[in-house]
Design a protein around this ligand. Structure first.
Ligand code: AHR
Length: 613
């Protein structure tokens, strides 16, 4: 087999700087109980909405019916999340450890020896009370940290702030608040955050480092179906997710079935984009959910709401909404240049009508913003204006492999393509198999070749907390304290240099060409130039290939050249917490690096040949 690369500069084309990025959705507890480091679940006792009795799950009591009585009421000092917890201590002679409440976090809190945790509690106690706040093992027996707090008797709410330093490690700890004092105390907005979050911005550093390793050029957020909701009343609303965390109402995401306190809100998503060096892409609700729609005739308030959201992100610190952002700590505008008008709503009754209202208003107010339509323009013209069209694909590995040519015949006159969700799923995906990652790699080589029309692409979903696997497979798997990348994650690391690189014509002549896919790029790293030829071997046999490169302006240097292979013994192999690196790229020196070289492609593999120039 021969793979011919024509590296003649005149035939090269620049790949968009934005080609590969990430799509973050609040799904699988990716945010709450995931990258957002808050350890308390349902910190405002609001999980049932503004009703009383509200749902205090997973809070529970320390004591029993005869010693303690808890119930929610509407006495909070925060008007947008009015529910608070009223705790009545009934015992005169309480048990030695006291009675009270505890929160087990999201499937247990990961408390680590020597680490500091920032605690905030809002409390109201008509009588003076002594509280003990501790981090303990799940049965309450092992004490990892504890402090005593004296609460002055007053009818006003008081904010208490403390640091807890752990003197032991327990991955499934709980936070408990206990007392021996008979009487009534109210609690609200109880927060426990590790002090060492990424850049101090509230994110779990280990999970963010996985994102940084992908060098994502854009960050699409916050969904997905999460943006739509099963019903409009449960859709994500940017306005409810900004400002002081204590004042956010939170909401029940009815598509993926869990409550979020919305500590990870619109501002935090923009902040994370900045921290990742990725262009933010805001997907907003366009008045359409899975089951209900706002008629175009009355969509105006929704349009106004989105314009306010854009002002929040992009307006000067003196503007109405820009000043709210500035007060949150970011006086400089965020460089928000892309918005998606809805998610997967093309064809719904009011999609086109609503779309045009949003499109025209945004075009007028923010001519620099690129707008993304939900309608697929890969094989036919859109009947509405758009800068990009959204393309989602979840299919079996064979189909996705063959889709490497999907955009070959897309019109070059229309909007650009944004492949914002792609993945192999169901039948041959396992929980993230090597096979899936190879089909995806082949698909991506096609996107590189077609990157004159494909401007952006991202895998989906990005994260899964194994305690709530709503969608399978995913790129990054985690629990309270561990994480690993699936082969699909590692596959993407071999594409991270492609954004902004030059792509070159490549041809494959082989009797195995039905199971091979390839692309060639050149790029620079710290002043050094490289040619990268990536080849997917989707077949069961090893293939010997002659890679012939012509048109290079510089000669190939074996020193500094490398070959990286993603493969495994079994095509359905996966990574796991016990074997996190079973299927990961393995890099070694490429001793025979040259314009003409004979190489071996392992069965079921992705190989990246990096030639130093
Ligand atoms: O990525 C999971 C879901 O797939 C997204 O929420 C949705 O956009 C698509 O249907």
């Amino acid at each position: 087999a021969t793979v011919k690369v024509d590296a003649t500069p005149e035939l090269a084309r620049k790949i968009p700087d934005t080609l590969f990025g990430v799509f973050f959705e609040e799904i699988n507890h990716a945010g709450a109980g995931g990258i957002w480091a808050e350890l308390v679940s349902n910190r405002g006792f609001e999980a049932g909405g503004p009703h009383t009795p509200s749902n205090i799950h997973p809070w529970s009591i320390v004591g029993d019916d005869s010693s303690i009585f808890v119930a929610t009421d509407r006495s909070s000092c925060f008007s947008r999340n009015i529910v608070a917890l009223r705790m009545e201590v009934l015992c005169n002679d309480c048990p030695a450890g006291g009675v009270g409440i505890y929160n087990p976090g999201f499937w247990g809190m990961n408390i680590e020896d020597g680490k500091t945790y920032n605690l905030v509690i809002y409390v109201k106690s008509p009588e003076t009370a002594d509280l003990t706040v501790s981090l303990t093992s799940p049965d309450g027996l092992q004490n990892l940290a504890s402090i005593n707090l004296k609460v002055a008797g007053t009818s006003n709410w008081t904010k208490l702030e403390q640091k807890l330093v752990a003197k032991g490690t327990n991955r499934t700890s709980r936070l408990q608040i206990t007392t021996h004092n008979k009487g009534v105390i109210w609690f609200d907005q109880v927060s426990l955050m590790p002090a060492d979050t990424y850049k101090g911005h509230g994110f779990r550093s280990d999970l963010i480092s996985m994102l940084l390793d992908l060098k994502p050029r854009f960050f699409r957020f916050p969904g997905g179906c999460f943006v739509e909701g099963e019903w409009l009343r449960n859709a994500f609303r940017w306005r409810e997710s900004i400002g002081p965390w204590e004042e956010r109402p939170g909401h029940f995401g009815d598509v993926w079935h869990y409550w979020t306190d919305d500590g990870l809100g619109y501002y935090e998503y923009l902040q994370l984009s900045e921290d990742l060096g990725a262009a933010p892409i805001w997907v907003f609700n366009n008045g359409i959910s899975h089951h209900d729609e706002v008629d175009t005739a009355i969509i105006a308030p929704f349009v106004k709401d989105v314009l306010d959201g854009l002002e929040f992100a992009k307006g000067s610190a003196n503007s109405t909404w820009g000043s709210v952002r500035a007060a949150m700590g970011h006086p400089e505008p965020f460089p928000l240049k892309y918005v998606a008008i809805g998610n997967e709503d093309c064809g719904k009754k009011h999609y086109r009508g609503n779309y045009l209202k949003f499109y025209n208003a945004i075009r007028d107010a923010y001519p620099d913003i690129q707008m993304i339509s939900n309608c697929d323009g890969s094989s036919r013209r859109l009947d509405h204006p758009a800068d990009l069209f959204d393309f989602h694909v979840y299919t079996d590995s064979k189909t996705l492999f063959s889709m490497m040519n999907e955009f070959d015949s897309t019109s070059r006159d229309g909007p650009k393509a944004f492949v914002s969700e792609y993945a192999v799923w169901k039948r041959d995906a396992g929980k993230g198999s090597l096979l899936a990652s190879l089909a995806e790699a082949a698909f991506l080589t096609g996107l590189e070749r077609n990157s004159d029309i494909v401007q952006m692409a991202s895998y989906a979903p990005l994260f899964v907390n194994t305690n709530d696997r709503r969608w399978n497979p995913d790129a990054i798997v985690f629990n309270t304290w561990q994480h690993y990348g699936t082969p699909s994650y590692w596959m993407q690391t071999l594409f991270r240099e492609s954004s902004g690189a030059m792509v070159h014509p490549i041809t494959i002549n082989s009797r195995y060409s039905n199971s091979l896919a390839a692309s060639a790029i050149t790029w620079q790293d710290s002043g050094n130039s490289f040619l990268r030829v990536k080849i997917v071997n989707f077949g069961w046999h090893a293939v010997i290939v002659r890679i012939a490169t012509t048109g290079l302006e510089a000669s190939v240097n074996a020193v500094g050249s490398a070959v990286t292979v993603l493969t495994s013994d079994n095509v359905m192999d996966e990574n796991s917490f016990s074997h996190p690196e079973k299927v990961v790229p393995v890099k070694r020196q490429l001793r025979n690096a040259a314009e003409y070289m004979r190489v071996r492609l392992a069965p079921h593999s992705l190989t990246s040949f990096d030639l130093a120039l």
